[in-house]
Design a protein around this ligand. Structure first.
Ligand code: NAD
Length: 477
C-alpha cells in the first residue's frame, strides 16, 4: 500500500515480479467460482459500508468537486448492477461451451473453455475514477486473473482510497495497486502482461497499444472522442434540450459518453437555447443564487484541464463562433459555467478535439441527409445519440453512420446495461466491455477438440485422390 503517495518504479517492479510467477498464476487459475464471487462481494460490501462510502464520496468531492449524491449515482449504481449480473451469470459463463462439428470433421467433438488470461494490468482515468477501476476489476477477478491496478494520478484522493481498499481486502499476490504517473506507467507498460485493460484518451491508448505490441499482449482500449447527439424534427426540442443539458453537465462534461456536440434542425435553435438555459437553472440554480454558489455544480478536475477547455472556447470565438449561453470562467476555482457555442465551423478546435468540459457546440442542418457527412468528417464516435420519433429517419441514421455504441431517445445509457456490449470503434476504442463481454476480454477462449471416433488417416500421405475428392464433397454438405 502506498498510503496516498506514489509508488516508485522499483516498488512497481517488485509487485509485478511477485504476482507474475507461474505458481501464483496457477493458483489463481484454480480458484473456484464460489471464491471468485466471494472476492467480488468483499469489494461490494466494502464500498457500501457507510464509513467507506463517506471516505470515497469525500475523495471524489476533493478530486472533482462532485456532490456525494452524484457520485453515488454515477460511480456506485453501475457497479452494483454489474456485480449482480456477475453473481447471476458467472457459473454459466465459466462452463465449457460445446461447439458443433462440420460433417467433414465428424468424429471430433469441440468445445470452448474459458480460462483466465493470467496477469492483467488495469489502467484507469480520473473522470470516473472509482467506477472505471472497480468495474474492470470485478470482471478480471470473475475470469480468474491476477490483477495489478494503475489508477489515475490526477484523481489522487480516490486513487489513494482504492489503494487502501485493495490493501485491506487482498493479498498483494492476488490484486495490488500501483499509484504513479507517466514514468511508473511506462515502466509497467514495458512488462510482458497477458492482457492490458486501458480506459483513457485515444492519445495514450496509442502508447499503450504500441507497448503491448512489443510482447504481443492483448488489449482492451476504452477510449473517447466526439460523440454527437442528433435531434430529429419529430422530437420535442424542449425535451431534447433538457436531456442534453443534463447529459452534458453530468460530471461537468467530463464523461466519455457525454454528447460532445449537438446537431439540431434548422429553425429550432432559439427554442433549443431557451430550453437549455432554463434546464441549467432548474437543475443547478433553482434559487437564482448564481452557478458559482450552486452546491451540485462541480469544477474542472485540474488547472491543466481548465486551461485546455478555456483555450478551446477562446479559439472558437476567435474564429467566429458565438457564445449563446455562458461566458463565465474563473481560473482560481477551475469554474466554467455551461457554455453553448453556435456558428461553429470544422476548423475550430472545439469541432476537432474531444471537449471533455461543459461546452456544447450546436450545429444546425436543413435535411437529415446532411447529418451522416457532418459526423463522418470526424473520427468514429464512442456513442452516437439519436432523438427521433420518426422510424425511417432513425433507421437511416443508424445505417449511414458508424459508432461504438448508440442510444435512441435516451442519453448516457450506453454503458449501463451489462447485457449490451459497450466500447468504441477504432479511435474511440478496441474491444467491447460490460457483463459477459468484459468476462470474455479477460479470458482466453481456449478452443478444444477431442477425437471420439474416426481418423484423419485417409487424408495423410501417400495421398489417395478418391478420399480427397470425398472429403471435398463432404466439406460442402
Ligand atoms: P489519459 O489517457 O490521460 O490517462 C489515462 C491513464 O493513462 C491514467 O492512469 C494516466 O496515468 C495514464 N497515462 C497518461 N499519460 C500516459 C503516458 N504518456 N504513458 C502511459 N500512461 C499514461 O486519460 P484521462 O485524462 O485520465 O481521461 C480522459 C479520457 O479518457 C477521455 O479521452 C475520455 O473520453 C476517456 N475515457 C474513456 C472511457 C471509456 O469507457 N471509453 C471512460 C472514461 C474516460
Amino acid at each position: 500500500m502506498s498510503n496516498g503517495r506514489f509508488h516508485n518504479i522499483s516498488e512497481a517492479e517488485r509487485l509485478f515480479a511477485l504476482q507474475h510467477t507461474d505458481a501464483n498464476l496457477q493458483l489463481a487459475k484454480e480458484i473456484s467460482v464460489k471464491e471468485r464471487i466471494t472476492r467480488i462481494r468483499k469489494i461490494e460490501r466494502y464500498l457500501l459500508d457507510e464509513r467507506h462510502m463517506a471516505e470515497w464520496t469525500d475523495a471524489l468531492r476533493q478530486d472533482l468537486g462532485r456532490a456525494p449524491e452524484e457520485s453515488r449515482v454515477i460511480e456506485l449504481l453501475p457497479f452494483l448492477v454489474a456485480c449482480k449480473h456477475v453473481y447471476d451469470n458467472l457459473h454459466g459463463w465459466v462452463k465449457d461451451h460445446p461447439a458443433g462439428t462440420p460433417l467433414a470433421m465428424a468424429g471430433l467433438k469441440g468445445w470452448t473453455r474459458y480460462e483466465p488470461k493470467g496477469h492483467v494490468l488495469i489502467i484507469s482515468p480520473w473522470n470516473y475514477p472509482l467506477q472505471l477501476t472497480v468495474l474492470p476489476l470485478i470482471h478480471a477477478i470473475a475470469a480468474g486473473n491476477v490483477v495489478l491496478i494503475k489508477p489515475s494520478e490526477i484523481s489522487a484522493h480516490t486513487s489513494a482510497f482504492i489503494d487502501r481498499m485493495i490493501g485491506d481486502l487482498f493479498d498483494e499476490r492476488e490484486v495490488a495497486v500501483v499509484e504513479g504517473d507517466v514514468p511508473t506507467t511506462t515502466a509497467l507498460l514495458n512488462k510482458p502482461w497477458h492482457h492490458i485493460f486501458f480506459t483513457g484518451s485515444p492519445a495514450v491508448g496509442r502508447i499503450v497499444m504500441k507497448a503491448a505490441a512489443e510482447h504481443l499482449t492483448s488489449v482492451t482500449l476504452e477510449l473517447g472522442g466526439k460523440s454527437p447527439v442528433i435531434v430529429h424534427d419529430s422530437y420535442d426540442i424542449t425535451k431534447a434540450a433538457r436531456d442534453i443539458a443534463w447529459a452534458k453537465l453530468l460530471n461537468k462534461g467530463q464523461t466519455c459518453i457525454a454528447p460532445d456536440y449537438a446537431l439540431i434542425p434548422d429553425g429550432e435553435l432559439e427554442d433549443f437555447l431557451k430550453a437549455y438555459r432554463s434546464a441549467v437553472d432548474r437543475m443547478y440554480d433553482p434559487q437564482s443564487q448564481g452557478l458559482k454558489r450552486a452546491k451540485d455544480y462541480g469544477r474542472m478536475v485540474d488547472g491543466r484541464n481548465f486551461k485546455r477547455v478555456k483555450a478551446l472556447i477562446v479559439d472558437a470565438v476567435a474564429k467566429g463562433a458565438r457564445i449563446a449561453i455562458g461566458g463565465d470562467m474563473i481560473e482560481d476555482e477551475r469554474f466554467i459555467d455551461p457554455h453553448v457555442l453556435i456558428d461553429v465551423t470544422p476548423d475550430m478546435g472545439v469541432m476537432r478535439e474531444e471537449i471533455f468540459g461543459p461546452v456544447l457546440p450546436v450545429l444546425t442542418y436543413r435535411d437529415v441527409k446532411e447529418v451522416p457527412q457532418m459526423i463522418a468528417r470526424l473520427e468514429r464516435p464512442l456513442s452516437l445519440y439519436i432523438l427521433s420519433h420518426d422510424r425511417k429517419a432513425t433507421e437511416y441514421l443508424l445505417r449511414t453512420t458508424t459508432a461504438g455504441t448508440t442510444a435512441i431517445n435516451e442519453l448516457m445509457v450506453t454503458t449501463s446495461n451489462p447485457m449490451v456490449p459497450f466500447g468504441g470503434i477504432n479511435n474511440s476504442g478496441i474491444g467491447k466491455a460490460g457483463g459477459h463481454r468484459s468476462f470474455v476480454e479477460f479470458s482466453n477462449e481456449r478452443g478444444i477438440q477431442k477425437r471420439t471416433w474416426g481418423t484423419l488417416a485417409p487424408l495423410k500421405p501417400p495421398f489417395k485422390p478418391f478420399f480427397i475428392k470425398w472429403a471435398m464433397r463432404l466439406s460442402r454438405l
